[in-house]
Design a binder for this molecule. Structure first.
Ligand SMILES: [Zn+2]
Length: 289
């Protein structure tokens, strides 16, 4: 009579183990895949650090993220972006014109990032001399203002194209060690290709900055609408004018090695409301060159 009770006990333990395992598994699956926003339809994107969710709701609704109002385009499209290091979950609320509110808790998946060591940079590019600090500050303010320039919604919500083709030589989020000294993480994706390689608009957008900056050399910032913007760094030439609205696929410049660069490459960045988005999550695989 001992055996059946032991079997029952093992079955019981097995059930607890199975329950816990399945529970964790289901939590993981619902967290990463079955992501839903109450009151909206997700068109694309992932709830992950560096991710950009593109969703659509009734344009008469109001969308807030925490205390901040989120812009909605005339067609009901809105976006939510997640920074590299997201610390706390956020609440997304959608309110209809008659005052009914639905809420969704957003807690993006954590990522692990590479450590990238770059040596042989000119010391002035790692620890800039006092004489250029004012210029660096002015550069930062110019980029900030450019990124805050709004424009009508273009076509980015249908997906981005690669702005240039080449070898991926740097990825989003890497912890940078420059000449042995820890620096800001890398927020762009680096595409290495020879000087003069064409750079095209990855989606429609308005040109909000064309400037030679200390660290990033010749730089273009382009607003895509809804607060989403692209930056293109280290260009050799720029072929667009400030304020112009360019269509997807328009030539905007060529790859160079201006500013803090060890070789010719395009550093493509995407920003939403000061949050750095991983461009690599928004495009397909790099076509073979
Ligand atoms: Zn870069």
């Amino acid at each position: 009579m001992k055996l059946p009770s032991q079997i029952a006990h093992y079955l019981y333990l097995f059930r607890i183990w199975l329950g816990a395992t399945m529970g964790l598994l289901l939590a993981a699956i619902s967290h990463s895949y079955a992501m839903q926003i109450e009151g909206a339809e997700i068109l694309s994107g992932q709830m992950i650090e560096g991710g950009l969710i593109i969703a659509r709701t009734d344009p008469s609704n109001q969308v807030t993220l925490g205390d901040n109002q989120i812009r909605i385009a005339k067609n009901g499209v809105f976006v939510i972006g997640f920074h590299r290091d997201t610390v706390a979950p956020e609440t997304l609320a959608i309110t209809t014109p008659n005052g009914a509110t639905t809420k969704t808790t957003l807690s993006p998946l954590k990522r692990t990032y590479q450590v990238q060591r770059i040596d042989g940079l000119k010391s002035a590019m790692v620890s800039p001399p006092a004489a250029v600090l004012a210029r660096i500050k002015a550069d930062r303010e110019a980029v900030h203002a450019a990124r805050n320039t709004d424009t009508a919604l273009g076509d980015f919500w249908l997906g981005f194209d690669w702005p240039a083709h080449g070898r991926i030589s740097g990825v989003y989020g890497s912890q940078r060690i420059l000449n042995g000294q820890p620096r800001q993480p890398h927020y762009g994706i680096d595409i290495a290709s020879p000087i003069g390689t064409p750079v095209y608009a990855p989606a429609d957008g308005r040109i909000t900055l064309v400037k030679d900056l200390y660290f990033s050399g010749w730089t273009i910032v382009m607003a895509h609408g809804l607060g989403v913007n692209s930056s293109f760094l280290h260009l050799n030439k720029t072929t667009v004018k400030l304020g112009a609205f360019v269509k997807r696929g328009t030539l905007i410049g060529t790859i160079g090695a201006t500013g803090r660069a060890t070789g010719p490459h395009l550093d493509w960045r995407i920003d939403w409301q000061g949050r750095r988005i991983d461009p690599g999550l928004l495009v397909g695989p790099m076509p073979p060159t």
